[in-house]
Write a protein that binds this ligand. Structure first.
Ligand code: GLN
Length: 471
């Protein structure tokens, strides 16, 4: 049994009884131990092997074990699970175990998936290198001197290292697609409202989605079939229809190359991979031409204004009383309590909370927050207009290849700028996928395809065709 095998192949073998889920999971746990120095996981599921045995029992009894039977899955540690703590990679949540399970986790398990562990992330999903974690950085499995991207860096690394066939991450402004690009795996941000956020710890809930990462697009489709669709516990999913099977049709499609996302300043190594991907799409019969999305130039500023505002509000509940161990346990006096409590958030989270208190405040809201909302609606209008003519938009996922650990830590604003190609899909609520399309000096580079709302199925079909032609 090859641990790099696609999830659908693992599920087929397990369902047929040719391989036991127990063996798959034992081997996965072994891989997790062998790759421990990459710091991919925050916790491991103590029940993984017994759950695998239960799946094997179902196969023996002739009952249907589900379409993800025995598939090892990892979950970003800002998605609630009952079997393991949910830390959000923050000291603030130390000792917190959720009393309920996220809908997406429940749905994967119902299909026979085995959750093997919770993956590392930037604290509360704020960042794009997985260096802002209270548990230390995750290293890129392709080369441990480099960052894995983020904030779902642990999720992408787990898939790249063969320590999970599928992982769930969350994508507020690129956190699934960015690490997918840096680790050489596929990553998908669904249409807003396609996947339940029930049990996802909110960062900027008006634009974020849970999204799957896997080694290939067919496994992303498999994961989406399990997790997508309406959930009575998340009203924003009311209009969703689960992703059904997809067709790889690119022939005759019109694809817009977003000029602002491939500017002259684009890293030359990324440009080479991107141009090859565009030629690949053309060779499949697509008509590709340059288009302009003017609001892209303002999108990063608008994104950080909106997300900081929502983060400031969402994170107000962490007061050291309601979640986790709390400090009262440690017998703090009040003035020391306040100081110690502050230190339970890391520097990036503090930065967002401070900005999030300021930009929407009386006297400043018009200058910052309301202006950001205007950019968001203009961008959405621009994108919708393009989808009147084009089937898909294409761009590099990230304007640079993976960089070294520590290299970008000194300049947060420069780091924010690397989200330029990913935030537009979140602000406009559109589905977007990153497909591994090649390498630059041996390090992975991804290409992004964006589609109109609820065109998730066709988008994944086009991504599968692209994946086939760049290999
Ligand atoms: N880098 C972005 C941020 O820090 C994206 C994070 C995300 O998608 N969760 O906000």
């Amino acid at each position: 049994m090859d641990l790099e095998a696609p999830a659908h192949e693992i599920a087929r073998l397990v369902s047929a009884g040719s391989v036991s889920a127990e063996e798959v999971i034992e081997r996965t746990l072994e891989r997790m131990r062998d790759t421990e120095r990459l710091n991919i996981f925050i916790s491991t599921n103590p029940d993984a092997v017994s759950e695998a045995r239960r799946i094997d029992g179902m196969v023996r009894d002739g009952s249907d074990p589900g379409r993800l039977a025995g598939v090892p899955v990892s979950i970003k540690d800002n998605i609630c699970t009952r079997a393991m703590p949910t830390t959000c990679a923050s000291r603030m949540l130390e000792g917190y175990v959720s009393p309920y399970e996220a809908t997406v986790v429940e749905r994967l398990r119902r299909e026979g998936a085995i959750i093997v562990g919770k993956t590392n992330l930037d604290e509360f999903a704020m960042g794009l290198t997985t260096e802002f974690s209270a548990y230390g950085p995750t290293l890129n499995p392709r080369d441990p001197r480099y960052v894995p991207g983020g904030s779902s860096g642990g999720s992408a690394a787990s898939v790249a290292a063969g320590a999970a066939a599928i992982s769930l991450g969350s994508d507020t402004g690129g956190s699934v697609r960015n690490p997918a690009s840096f680790c050489g795996v596929a990553g998908f941000k669904p249409t807003y409202g396609m996947v339940s956020r029930y049990g996802l710890v909110s960062y900027a809930n008006s634009i974020e989605q849970v999204g799957p990462l896997a080694r290939t697009i067919p496994d992303i489709v498999l994961a989406m079939q399990a997790i997508s669709g309406p959930d009575p516990r998340d009203g924003t999913t009311a209009g969703a229809r689960p992703v059904s099977d997809t067709e790889d049709i690119v022939d005759g499609k019109r694809i817009g190359i977003v000029r602002q996302m491939a500017p002259d300043s684009l890293h030359p190594g990324v440009r080479t991979v991107f141009e090859r991907a565009v030629s690949g799409l053309e060779s499949l019969g697509a008509a590709c031409e340059e288009v302009s999305l003017e609001m892209v130039d303002y999108s990063v500023a608008a994104y950080y204004t909106i997300t900081s505002t929502e983060a400031g509000s969402n994170l107000a509940r962490y007061d050291n009383i309601r979640y986790g161990y709390g400090l009262e346990r440690e017998g703090y006096e009040f003035h020391r309590y306040v100081a110690a409590s502050r230190d339970r958030f890391g520097p990036e989270v503090k930065r967002r909370i401070i900005a999030g208190g300021f930009v929407p405040s009386a006297g400043y809201a018009g200058r910052y927050f309301l202006k950001a909302l205007k950019v968001k609606s203009r961008l959405t209008r621009e994108v919708n207009r393009l989808f009147g003519t084009y089937d898909y938009l294409v761009s590099p996922t990230v304007p640079v290849p993976p960089f070294r650990l520590g290299e970008m830590l000194d300049d947060p604003v420069e780091l924010f700028q690397l989200d330029i190609n990913t935030v537009a899909a979140n602000l406009a609520g559109k589905p977007a996928v990153s497909v591994p399309c090649g390498t630059c000096d041996g390090l992975p580079v991804g290409v992004q395809l964006i589609a109109d709302s609820f065109r998730d199925g066709p988008l994944l079909g086009a991504a599968r065709a692209l994946e086939g032609v760049v290999q």
